[in-house]
Design a protein around this ligand. Structure first.
Ligand code: UDX
Length: 448
């Protein structure tokens, strides 16, 4: 099938590469020449495991091409995906300027009957707006049907998610028009749920809001665990065994970040406010998450007092592991708060240093490896659960740091493992381990 993807951002590129991989003829268009030139030379503008090789493979076989030329992109397109960004406005609502631009362009350049699938996360009612814009500007002899087709890809596992998603949502005003989309997705063998447009639009926001709620809930429980001496990992496991709750998305930490949860939760709250409906639960979810981003620095201050002049190693800058994305990352809040407190910060991340530096500038130092970040540090804060941070031999903290104090914002290590070393260790919702306890233990052993 001849498919066009409008927008070479995260969702657009993954969609383009994966649709080409299952045999469709894909053209991906973007207005940014620089990005398209980079893609034409086979390089991805961001890191996503497996994406670059998929792009390369499908460009070689000519299943996939990139362009900035709307005539080339839209002429002959049977299905057009809209994957442009819907960034956050000052009031938290979604900015639809790119949606407007792309809708106008599509209306101008299409030359046959077309189905438009909106993958961008858009407020309820936007697909009707897109239908109206295109309907009123397209050549009169052509039929255009706009359907909502929200995307649920996670950064870092987007390719796997595309091929093994839980469901495909199609929101349409005419269920009998979805044959072509079902045909497009058939090779994936993923269940397709067909519903009305407004419900489909809300499914995307409601999914992200629910997942964000799970995270803030478990973080709220983690904070109470700390007060009463319980262990959040045990609590999460215990509640997760109830099938009605499930084991996923119950990992306590420094809160959610990234390009979706923070933006979509705020947009939904604002959407409610605009309709005089206060989404109180979601407001609390956002507030808890903001508080959670600041928890690590508070813990650091509780543990060593003033951070003024202290050398702090910050491990992890990406909002989660396996991505170079630092948008809304807790690590950025931590870095800023550490600087405000007068600390000297050295940060390490395997792939997100460059993106972080664009935001944090040179007020902090950047280390190319973990050992350099740890050397001489008075305290370390772990902000991202990168696998090789988890696999770091714990004696590194003892030998490299001037004082082995670890604030683990992602519960990377088991308490049993930490107890074998003279480390002061604070994590989220678990008992604190003091270096002194280890030393007392070894003295007892010697006396025995
Ligand atoms: C999310 C949704 O999962 C995806 O369906 C949607 O399309 C886009 O938004 P993403 O932002 O890539 O995907 O990341 P995800 O893996 O969902 O994690 C989001 C944030 O929640 C991260 O900061 C992560 O560290 C945090 N998180 C996740 C937790 O703190 N605890 C958990 O148990 C799970």
């Amino acid at each position: 099938m001849k498919v066009t993807v409008a927008g070479a951002g995260y969702v657009g590129l993954v969609t383009s590469a994966c649709l080409a991989e299952i045999g469709h003829q894909v053209t991906c268009i973007d207005i940014q020449q620089e990005k398209i030139t980079m893609l034409q030379s086979g390089r991805s503008p961001f890191y996503e495991p497996g994406l670059e090789s998929l792009l390369e493979k499908n460009m070689k076989t000519k299943q996939l091409q990139f362009t900035t030329n709307p005539h080339e992109a839209y002429s002959g397109a049977e299905i057009i995906f809209i994957t442009v960004g819907t960034p956050e406005k000052h009031d938290g609502s979604a900015d639809l300027k790119y949606i407007h631009v792309v809708s106008h362009t599509i209306a101008h350049y299409i030359d046959q009957d077309t189905i438009i699938c909106t993958k961008s996360t858009v407020p309820v009612g936007t697909n009707e707006l897109i239908q109206h814009i295109i309907e009123s500007r397209k050549p009169p002899n052509l039929c255009v049907e706009v359907v909502a087709n929200p995307e649920f890809l996670r950064e870092g596992s987007a390719i796997v998610d595309f091929f093994h998603g839980d469901r495909i949502i199609i929101g349409t005003r005419q269920a009998d028009l979805t044959d072509k989309i079902e045909q497009l997705y058939r090779p994936l063998q993923i269940p397709i749920f067909i519903t009305d447009i407004r419900s489909a639009e809300l499914i995307k926001y409601a999914s992200n809001a629910f997942l964000a709620t799970k995270i803030s809930f478990i973080n709220e429980m983690a904070n109470i665990c700390e007060k009463i001496g319980a262990n959040i990992d045990e609590v999460a496991y215990g509640i997760g065994q109830d099938k009605r709750i499930g084991p996923h998305f119950l990992k306590a930490g420094l809160g959610y970040g990234g390009s979706c949860f923070p933006k979509d939760t705020k947009a939904l709250v604002q959407f409610g406010t605009d309709r005089k409906h206060q989404l109180e639960l979601l407001e609390a979810v956002i507030q808890i998450n903001n508080r959670q981003h600041s928890l690590a620095v508070k813990m650091a201050q509780q543990t060593i007092g003033s951070l003024h002049g202290k050398k702090v190693a910050l491990l992890g800058l990406a909002f989660k592991a396996d991505t170079d994305d630092v948008r809304e990352s807790a690590a950025l809040t931590i870095a800023k708060e550490l600087l405000e407190a007068g600390a000297i910060v050295t940060a390490y991340d395997p792939i997100a240093l460059a993106n972080a530096q664009k935001i944090l500038g040179n007020e902090i130092k950047y280390a190319q490896d973990i050992h350099k970040a740890l050397t001489g540090a008075d305290l370390v804060i772990i902000a991202t659960d990168w696998e090789h941070i988890k696999l770091l031999p714990l004696e590194m903290y003892v030998t490299n740091m001037s004082e082995p104090i670890v604030i683990d914002g992602r519960n990377c290590y088991s308490l049993e493992a930490i107890r074998r070393y003279p480390i002061t260790y604070r994590s989220i919702g678990r008992p604190t381990i003091w270096k002194e306890d280890y030393l007392k233990g070894t003295q007892h052993d010697e006396m025995d």
